[in-house]
Ligand binder design. Structure first.
Ligand SMILES: Cc1cc2nc3c(=O)[nH]c(=O)nc-3n(C[C@H](O)[C@H](O)[C@H](O)COP(=O)(O)OP(=O)(O)OC[C@H]3O[C@@H](n4cnc5c(N)ncnc54)[C@H](O)[C@@H]3O)c2cc1C
Length: 419
């Protein structure tokens, strides 16, 4: 194993030219926060870290774009855009430490997707170093542009298997007003799921629609001391689920009043009119995974189903948890149908590990059966490589292999990931 820490595109090109010539595997690493094992380098690899490529090269308010090196931390770009009166919306839960290169290579989602879309929706163009060390530019800086095949979109989400991204041109948007937040709690998880259907079906201008179940709320409380699970009403029973509903519309108060009226089965409803309070609630939601990690060993799923099937997915997760006798915490981007059932188990106990693996298989299968996908935002990586043929048809798989062979003929870029 060797580590390369380039500062420039020329450094990356030189490293790849050598690796190509000597057939050495190269695994690019941003912050290493990916959740599908895509940046986990097999023995004998060169790890190419982007930790020194942290330049924000350009931030243009007229063209509403930013040009950055891949190692820029997502939150740093968001802060720089905000200083210019603009916004870079993509906000994975890992926003404080993930890198733009990693976000591009996984097409990262986050809380904002229900309104603004995923990372790829903001990528205008890329500088890429192909496997043999050749440097190219894909895409554009203009608002529109359709010259040739869309190689930018091909590279977005390619998890370091087709080329190394060395520069990213990103679209920015005018900064929206601070969001207001509605908190709705429910007596059952499926009641929360039904409210999600009502909210997305109503076409409201929502900028986040997140869910946490009882297990997650309790774990977040144990980590943060926020008291989310303490419940409302005289008996102060812990809710089965909580929805966090945000709107950054100029008419947010009105939007959230309409949203509250649609949560007919809610046990409790409250609007956080202070944006700081709303941000604290979203920060609690970002702590969902770190909180659940403390319960034991865990396997995290990342399934995404049509929004009309969220309730069916949640019911299936509850059935699987009961059948296997496991705790499965559920949180996720409910407004996108993107759920992260987190299967808690004891890896040192073979029976518990086997039950967790069966639960993971059952939930991922359920997502496919419901017309969904094996991965909404974390990517295939190494975790779901064996699942890809369950989702893609043979023609698409063959075309994908042909693309990989054309761009990386010696298969040096992230071998063992995705395909
Ligand atoms: C607490 C927590 C919350 C999270 N929340 C979300 C969420 O809400 N939404 C979401 O989508 N993800 C989420 N993630 C997953 C993860 O943060 C994202 O996938 C993120 O985009 C990975 O960025 P990274 O810099 O850590 O990339 P890494 O993990 O280092 O790499 C990920 C992949 O990108 C490739 N790569 C990295 N840089 C480049 C480059 N310059 N060129 C080519 N390939 C490259 C790597 O080879 C690897 O295949 C979360 C993770 C954690 C730990």
């Amino acid at each position: 194993m060797a580590l390369v820490r380039p500062r420039t595109t020329a450094d990356v090109a030189a490293a790849l030219a050598i690796a190509h010539e000597h057939r050495v595997p190269v695994v690019v690493r941003g912050a290493g926060s990916g959740l599908a094992g895509a940046a986990t380098a097999p023995p004998g690899s060169v790890v190419l870290s982007t930790a020194r490529m942290t330049g924000i090269l350009e931030l243009d308010p007229v063209e509403r774009l930013a040009v950055v090196q891949p190692g820029v931390v997502t939150a740093d770009l968001r802060a720089a855009a905000a200083q210019a009166g603009l916004a870079y919306p993509p906000d994975p839960g890992s926003v404080a430490f993930s890198t733009i290169g990693g976000n591009v290579a996984t097409d990262a989602g986050g809380m904002c997707c229900v309104k603004y879309g995923v990372t790829g929706d903001f990528v205008l163009g890329l500088e890429v170093v192909w496997a043999d060390g050749t440097v190219s530019r894909t895409g554009r800086r203009t608002v529109k542009g359709v010259a040739g095949y869309d190689l930018t979109s091909l590279l977005v989400g390619s998890e370091g298997t087709l080329g190394v991204v060395t520069e990213v041109t990103l679209r920015l948007v005018p900064a929206p007003p601070p969001a207001l937040t509605l908190v709705a709690t429910f007596g059952t998880l499926t009641a929360a799921g039904e409210a999600v259907g009502a909210l997305v079906g109503a076409g409201l201008d929502l900028s986040a629609l997140e869910v946490m179940d009882r297990t997650t709320l309790t774990a977040v409380d144990d980590l943060t001391g926020m008291g989310l699970a303490s419940g409302a009403g005289p008996d102060r029973r812990t809710p089965a689920a909580m929805l966090l509903v945000q709107s950054d519309s100029p008419a947010a108060a009105e939007v959230l009043a309409r949203a509250a009226a649609l949560c007919t089965d809610a046990a409790d409803l409250a609007v956080a009119e202070d944006p700081a309070e709303g941000e604290a609630l979203m920060e609690a939601r970002r702590q969902a995974l770190p909180a659940l990690e403390r319960l034991g060993d865990w396997i995290l799923d990342d399934v995404c189903v049509p929004r009309s099937r969220v309730v069916a997915l949640l019911q299936r997760v509850e059935e699987v948890a009961a059948a296997e006798g496991l705790v499965i915490g559920v949180f996720g981007h409910a407004g996108d149908g993107n759920m992260h059932p987190t299967i808690v188990h004891d890896r040192s106990d073979p029976a518990s590990l086997a039950a967790a693996q069966r639960a993971f298989d059952a939930i991922t299968t359920a997502a496919l059966d419901l017309g969904g996908t094996i991965t909404g935002e974390h990517g295939v990586g190494r975790l779901k490589r064996s699942w890809l043929a369950r989702e893609l048809d043979p023609g698409t798989l063959a075309a994908s292999r042909a693309v990989k062979a054309a761009l990386d003929p010696h298969g040096i870029l992230n071998p063992g990931a995705v395909l």
